[in-house]
Write a protein that binds this ligand. Structure first.
Ligand SMILES: CC(C)(COP(=O)(O)OP(=O)(O)OC[C@H]1O[C@@H](n2cnc3c(N)ncnc32)[C@H](O)[C@@H]1OP(=O)(O)O)[C@@H](O)C(=O)NCCC(=O)NCCS
Length: 415
């Protein structure tokens, strides 16, 4: 079956997590993604956090499905020529090198435009133009600089980073959208353009509600859905809100049966206003549905701590799945805290292809996260990541190099 991005060729100059997330998505949508790696070494993640000696790590395999790998020394004069041939042939160059690395290699925007004016050059950088633009950046640096860490955690503790890779994978997602948008614009203009997704910007975009709250705080000095109200104090900046929900419906994480031994025996419980009477019935506090001190959402705000403690007395009598079943029957929004083990074993996620089992010639079978974006006319078929340089000869032949030329370039160390 045809794929949405059939015919689009991506020169994938990415490494680690942010860039590879982006190009993996494009590959899943059908683009031909040619990953250029350093001869002999490859993407550094091939050897990071290895669980099997001398076998590409899960870090690498889970971020580089459906790509082809070619090894080129792009600082070797003849290697540069191969890269030039690729630039002429491809639609998009995606890179997430340290600032200036592509220029130092001799491939400035101007030079790339000379070679291929239709080329879209897409980059992940840590920061956009400004005081930090030259910095190298990793995930947690972006989480801190983008506002996520200062707003995550509990009020009486330090800033906390989140397990969701919003700096790396989040920015890769942003970049992918930029690329398909630029490809669409090119259909009208015939021109390529530069696409930049800075990790600080990507994280901030995902923290948009916290900038909303900063302005509410500036104006009123208090935010009633935050746990600091009415018992604590607000400072000048948006505080860490623990597990309070980011929206207008108060929520919290509550213990369930077994919490003493199972670190994930918890449920997220939302006291959504329209189902308040049902919540009161379920937890056996029917009187709260009519008592003016509890019956309305504004009346409940100063009492949230007491209310959640009462609800927790009920959730602690149920497992998170039992509680989920009962609450869902009444349309009371809630969510079990699922461990990675539970997610890996969840049959419905396997069925939809969100969790896939992939076979790899060196590591055997492993689990990966499939394409989370489902297109009805462009199904995703997850294929294993390439071995280092696995497609060098194939891609070189497509570029017009003869077997003799390929051998000579290999002997010279250019590929
Ligand atoms: C992630 C990051 C910190 C890693 O830094 P690093 O390991 O030092 O790697 P760099 O990107 O600086 O690249 C190292 C060098 O390898 C060179 N190189 C890369 N591929 C090459 C190839 N195929 N052949 C020859 N040289 C190559 C680069 O040209 C660069 O050389 P230079 O420093 O002489 O200019 C940095 O790339 C970065 O800040 N990227 C942007 C933000 C980002 O994506 N961060 C998240 C990563 S998940």
């Amino acid at each position: 079956m045809a794929k949405a991005l059939d015919g689009v060729r991506i020169l994938d100059f990415t490494h680690v997590q942010s860039g590879p997330t982006c190009t993996q998505l494009l590959a899943w949508f059908g683009a031909d993604v040619i990953k250029v790696e350093r001869a002999g070494a490859g993407d550094i993640t091939r050897e990071q956090l290895r669980d099997i000696p001398d076998v590409d790590s899960l870090y690498f395999t889970m971020l580089n499905h459906n790509k082809r790998s070619i090894t080129i020394d792009t600082k070797h004069p003849e290697g540069k020529q191969v890269l030039e041939a690729l630039i002429r042939k491809c639609d998009v160059l995606v890179e997430n090198f340290a600032p200036g690395a592509l220029d130092r290699m001799g491939f400035s925007w101007e030079r790339i435009q000379e070679l291929n004016p239709r080329m879209i050059v897409a980059s992940v950088k840590g920061f956009g133009p400004g005081p930090y633009e030259d910095c190298k950046v990793y995930e947690n640096v972006a989480q801190c600089a983008g506002g996520a860490a200062s707003t995550t955690g509990f009020d009486d503790g330090p800033p906390v980073v989140t397990g969701a890779q919003i700096g790396d994978s989040g920015t890769g997602l942003h970049l992918a959208l930029g690329i398909v948008t630029a490809l669409y614009q090119r259909t009208h203009t015939g021109r390529g353009q530069r696409v930049l997704a800075a990790m600080q910007d990507g994280v901030l975009n995902l923290c948009r509600v916290k900038l909303r709250d900063q302005q509410r705080l500036d104006r009123t000095g208090v935010m009633k859905e935050y746990p600091q109200y009415p018992n604590g104090t607000f400072g000048e900046a948006v505080p860490r809100a623990g597990n309070a929900s980011g929206g207008g419906q108060p929520g919290w994480i509550l213990k369930c049966k077994g919490w003493e031994t199972d670190p994930n025996a918890y449920i997220y419980f939302i006291t959504q206003a329209p189902v308040w009477a049902k919540i009161c019935n379920v937890i056996g506090k029917e009187e709260w549905a009519t008592d003016p001190a509890y019956a309305t959402a504004p009346a409940r705000l100063p009492r949230l701590k007491e209310i959640f403690a009462e609800i927790e007395r009920w959730t602690m009598t149920k497992t998170k799945f039992e509680a989920m079943q009962i609450l869902n029957k009444h349309d009371i929004p809630c969510g079990p805290i699922l461990s990675m083990k539970e997610i890996a074993e969840e049959p419905s996620l396997r069925k939809t292809g969100t969790i896939v089992e992939v076979d790899h010639p060196k590591r055997g079978k492993y689990l990966s996260v499939g394409n989370p974006i489902k297109l009805s006319d462009s199904p995703t078929d997850v294929k294993r990541s390439p071995l280092l340089g696995e497609h060098t000869d194939e891609v070189m032949a497509e570029l017009g190099y003869s077997t003799e030329q390929i051998t000579a370039l290999r002997t010279a160390g250019a590929i």
